[in-house]
Design a protein around this ligand. Structure first.
Ligand code: F6R
Length: 364
């Protein structure tokens, strides 16, 4: 059932190109984004005043990414909240708020409770869900499925990837309907989306290089992930992937926050993974990388191929191919997933079933 792969996680990482295609292709018709399941007229889309994305864990991380995209492309204010926080904080859901609950399993207790809370307060709720017919899918007003197929490994990879695609499509749709994207810009985004599966494949095929690198960090005590903007969101997911399956302590920080405390943790040889895919933030990131490097950190950079400056501040660089600035998470996360995977198996951990974790968290 692992289809020749050693672990479900590796198999599912390799299913990502297909998960991307299956999630977007039914929703692109004649150059337009068509999301029938959304059940919202153009007038209703134009009337959205605020979006709240509510989820747990990696699904929450896709929401953090989407905040940058929905705000950047569609100019709609977005709040992202952890379901376990949202449900108890007396959230303000004024008229015109769209609540989006993101969940692979569709059974996460806190996410389901958040959905019920939002509905009880009169908000319209859209579910972005992977498991067909799950509780969140059934109870949401509308459901947009991520067509990733069954995910077995506890650490999510392909469902996360498919969630990102669903959220990109929503942002593109909303931006277009609200007049913030013209036909040419939408066509360019669709074009870049169509290239993602082959680009992900290419990055997956780089796995030996990442394995070799990962093997140097099997005894690491702490690992830090830093980024700005969307790259901060990628760092959150990169860090979670590593720690949940390798049991190495890791943290993600918005790079600008380092000097407000975290930088004191950097010691000789500490690995800092810097994600820099946003061109307008390269310079700021490079100065953060220099700051940690001068304090002894070993700096791994994940960046775009055209970033020629990066080698000045990085000890090791993984390049991702060119895509739209809003889609970089889909590419930059691949080497970070592989890194977590190889550190985990290198340390002899049970990568598909890490200790203390369950695939579906149906209790609070
Ligand atoms: C991490 C992971 C978890 C889930 C979280 C939400 O790899 O899988 O953080 O993302 O438990 O689960 P769902 O998406 O099923 O609501």
């Amino acid at each position: 059932e692992k289809g020749g792969y050693e672990h479900f996680m590796l198999k599912e990482m390799y299913e990502q190109p297909k998960a991307i295609t299956d999630t977007f292709s039914p929703r692109i018709k004649e150059g337009k984004i068509v999301i029938d399941e959304l059940n919202m007229s153009d007038e209703e889309i134009k009337a959205i005043k605020k979006i709240m994305i509510v989820a747990c864990g990696s699904a929450y991380h896709t929401g953090v990414t989407s905040k940058y995209i929905l705000e950047g492309l569609a100019r709609i204010p977005v709040e992202v909240d952890l379901a376990s926080e949202f449900r108890y904080r007396d959230p303000l859901l004024e008229e015109g708020t769209l609540v989006i609950i993101v969940s692979q399993s569709g059974e996460t207790a806190d996410s389901l409770a958040a959905l019920r809370e939002a509905k009880a307060r009169g908000a319209k709720v859209l579910g972005i869900v992977n498991v067909v017919g799950s509780s969140i899918a059934r109870e949401a007003d509308n459901v947009m499925y991520t067509w990733a197929g069954p995910e077995i490994a506890v650490a999510t990879t392909k469902a996360y990837t498919a969630q990102l695609i669903a959220e990109y499509l929503l942002a593109m749709k909303f931006a277009y309907v609200r007049g913030k994207l013209n036909d040419a810009e939408l066509a360019a985004l669709i074009d870049d989306m169509r290239k993602l599966p082959a680009q992900v494949e290419m990055l997956l095929n780089n796995k030996q290089k990442i394995q070799k690198f990962a093997n140097r960090y099997l005894a690491a005590k702490d690992i830090f992930f830093i980024g700005r903007g969307i790259d901060y969101a990628i760092s959150l997911e990169g860090s979670l992937k590593l720690k949940e399956i390798s049991y190495i302590h890791s943290e993600a920080y918005a790079a600008g926050e380092l000097k407000h405390g975290t930088i004191s943790l950097i010691e000789e040889g500490t690995l800092v993974a810097a994600v820099l895919t946003q061109e307008e933030l390269y310079k700021k990131m490079i100065s953060n990388m220099v700051e940690v490097k001068t304090r002894g950190a070993f700096v791994l950079a994940v960046t775009n191929t055209e970033n020629t400056e990066v080698e000045k501040a990085a000890d090791y660089v993984i390049y991702i191919p060119k895509t739209n600035k809003y889609f970089t998470n889909s590419l930059a996360i691949i080497p970070l997933q592989l890194f977590g995977y190889y550190v985990s198996i290198g340390r002899g951990c049970d990568v598909d079933k890490p200790r203390n974790l369950a695939k579906s968290v149906t209790v609070e």
